[in-house]
Design a protein around this ligand. Structure first.
Ligand code: CP
Length: 307
């Protein structure tokens, strides 16, 4: 049985098939309206979420299936001390597939090892967020027409931002990808990604602090919020939180066809005045998240049923 822990769980060919399926779902939603009749998705969220949980639920409902689950650890028996391993064994008796979000790195992997149903990592601590990455890839592929030959600026909290870590893992498999890593010194990309992923695979990248300096060369600007929930003290967070604010003035330095993505939620790092610029595609990105999650649910359930 296949699970979805990291974007690398899919080969490039499987990823292409998934993007193709998601695109067909976007164009022909009625074709898929009963594809998951009588199937159930469990959403087990030990951490807050708006997009990921609700887009998974919308995705399953669009496929004719139903959903059950919990949206906080406090409203589940985790509050009484139940382990993730026991919880997933129980959920396996109720549902056909499960999306899990947990504050601890590796929690989804632990769940998958004890599960009787496919498990999707919906975010594990500061580690990975593979379905956000699938969403990001579909957004770039749909709006740019390619996943190769791109200079991608990743800006903000590159230390704790799990969406950035997953996106780097996924994009290095495509030809001629360059990264511009834009962050304050304290929020630089972790060395395990710089050395073991970027340097190891010979991927060109530069690190810089000023967003304005990076802007003119970028095909994609991927903004991220400072991850308040991963800081050890409030003082450091307050010092860092407004380090980057994308304004109309800064955006005027960018190419006419550069795209601005953001996994959301936005706090203050993109001024609302930017929202009307045609290059700001972060709300389109949200819509792509539903199609790609529909494609993922269908694909994992199909693989489960294959001998
Ligand atoms: N992008 C994302 O993961 O958003 P939520 O935290 O609202 O799910």
């Amino acid at each position: 049985m296949r699970h979805m822990m990291s974007p690398l769980d899919l080969t490039v060919e499987e990823l292409d098939n998934l993007l193709h399926l998601a695109s067909d779902i976007e164009k022909n939603p009625d074709k898929y309206a009963h594809a998951c009749d009588r199937k159930k998705l469990a959403t087990c969220f030990y951490e807050p979420s708006t997009r990921t949980r609700l887009s998974f639920e919308a995705a399953m409902q669009n496929l004719g299936g139903s959903v059950l689950g919990f949206s906080s650890a406090d409203s589940s028996s985790a509050a009484k001390g139940e382990s993730v391993s026991d919880t997933i064994r129980v959920i396996s008796c109720y549902a056909d597939i499960c999306a899990i979000r947990h504050p601890k790195e590796g929690a989804a992997l632990v769940a998958s090892s004890k599960s009787g149903i496919p498990v999707i990592n919906a975010g594990d601590g500061g580690h990975q967020h593979p379905t956000q990455t699938l969403t990001d890839l579909m957004t770039i592929h749909s709006l740019k027409g390619r996943l190769s030959d791109l200079t991608i600026g990743l800006c903000g909290d590159l230390k704790f931002g799990r969406t950035v870590h997953s996106l780097i893992h996924a994009l290095i498999r495509y030809p001629n990808i360059k990264f511009v890593l834009i962050s304050p010194e304290e929020l630089r990309i972790p060395s395990y990604i710089r050395q073991d992923v970027l340097e190891k695979h010979g991927i060109p990248f530069v690190e810089m602090e000023r967003l304005e300096d990076a802007m003119p060369d970028l095909d994609i600007l991927y903004m991220t919020r400072v991850q308040k929930e991963r800081f050890f003290n409030e003082e450091d967070y307050v010092r860092m939180k407004d380090f980057y604010i994308l304004t109309k003035e800064k955006l005027s330095l960018a190419k006419e066809d550069m795209l601005v993505l953001h996994p959301l939620p936005r706090v203050n790092e993109i001024s609302v005045e930017v929202d009307d610029d045609p290059r700001a595609v972060y709300f389109k990105q949200v819509q792509y998240g539903v199609y790609i999650r529909m494609a993922l649910i269908l694909t994992l359930l199909k693989w489960k049923e294959e001998p």
